[in-house]
Design a binder for this molecule. Structure first.
Ligand SMILES: [Zn+2]
Length: 367
């Protein structure tokens, strides 16, 4: 196997060649794990999943993460003494250092989670430094490095990931911007301009955060269920989705959009406009080199992904100089992006610098 440096990595290493970091991605049902070596090469090509057991409370969940750690080392044949740091990500809401919110959340309903220092508990159990990012920030970091490769330390990007909610992340010169309380990049709760977005008679959408008319109130599964679908069904009185309960109907919208259903396309057009309007705001804040979109909406049939990205791009208002330099692209390998981004964060912490990936294909782009 050729030495990775021969592929052009330009990492200034201050760590031994044998060093690795492990990435652990904590989710509602499973943990995914990866190993990243000192040259920025991932040693795991696929998902390496184990049960996360988060519903059973923090003590069991931390043990489950230790098991994920042990099993990915066994999978790759790496000895534990080569692991210099662990990158760890979980869903929020959490602080910049991985303390779960006092309010709990969907994944963290067990009362033991409130104000639980998830990062420190994992570090104590493993006896290895643990570097924390929330899941969207980890995915944004991976998208950034996968897209820019060797140029990553010199580039900036923003990412929005559409799921149940709408997550966001901001990467500046290869590193995640966390903010003073860990809440930088919460792009889903940025208010979007409603003029030209809302249809006549359409109520202003409501978000779980208490605001009206923010990006998540449009561009999320929750937004479809609570806001967009109830309105659009009134415009399409004969639509077959009237026959389903609203949560089931909401999950069916993407499949219909892929097949060209007019109402479903209207719903995704509104989502794309909302995302484009947040990107337009980002253009005036950090003026990024890339705007990433992730989530089910772009993990769809290729023609639909292309259509959606084109809609986002059309509604991202850039100055001519910006438009010629920047791209709208997809967050690649979303199921692995959390673990991989977490690992990148850990490697940066041990090298003291942002690191480049080597030999990674560039993400698909419509820019
Ligand atoms: Zn909100």
């Amino acid at each position: 196997m050729p030495h990775p440096f021969e592929k052009g990595a330009s990492v200034s290493l201050r760590i031994p060649d044998s060093t690795v970091v492990v990435g652990l991605d904590n989710g509602g049902t499973t943990n995914n794990a990866t190993v990243l070596d000192a040259y920025g090469e991932f040693l795991v090509e696929t998902l390496a999943e184990t049960p996360s057991r988060v519903q059973e409370g923090p003590v069991i969940a931390v043990q489950a993460l230790a098991e994920a750690f042990a099993s990915v080392l066994a999978l790759t044949g790496i000895s534990r003494d080569r692991v210099r740091a662990v990158g760890f990500d979980s869903p929020g809401p959490s602080s910049a250092t991985g303390v779960i919110s006092s309010l709990g959340s969907t994944n963290f309903r067990h009362p033991g989670w409130r104000n639980f220092d998830f990062r420190a508990a994992l570090e104590d159990l493993l006896g290895i430094p643990v570097v924390y990012n929330n899941d969207t920030n980890a995915a944004a970091l991976y998208a950034h490095h996968a897209h820019f490769g060797l140029e990553a330390p010199h580039r900036s990007s923003v990412a929005m990931i559409v799921g149940t909610g709408l997550g966001g992340g901001i990467v500046q010169e290869g590193a995640v911007i966390r903010g003073s309380s860990g809440m930088a990049g919460e792009l889903g709760h940025v208010l979007v301009q409603l003029e030209g977005l809302l249809e006549e008679g359409q109520p202003v959408p409501l978000c779980n955060c208490g605001q009206t008319g923010d990006a998540e109130s449009f561009a999320s599964l929750t937004g479809i269920t609570m806001n967009l679908l109830p309105y659009w069904l009134t415009r399409f009185p004969d639509h077959p989705l009237h026959a389903l309960p609203i949560d089931k109907a909401a999950r069916a919208v993407r499949g219909l959009a892929e097949r060209g259903d007019e109402m479903a396309l209207k719903i995704f057009e509104q989502q794309a406009i909302a995302i484009g309007r947040v990107f337009s705001i980002a253009a005036n804040f950090t003026d990024p080199d890339a705007y990433f979109v992730g989530g089910g909406v772009v993990e769809a049939a290729p023609h639909f992904q292309e259509w959606f990205l084109a809609q986002v791009r059309d509604h991202t208002h850039l100055r001519e100089e910006q438009a010629s330099r920047s791209q709208v692209a997809v967050v690649p390998d979303l199921d692995m992006a959390g673990a991989r981004g977490a690992a990148l964060g850990a490697l940066a912490s041990v090298t003291g610098a942002s690191i480049n990936l080597t030999g990674r294909p560039v993400a698909s782009s419509v820019g």
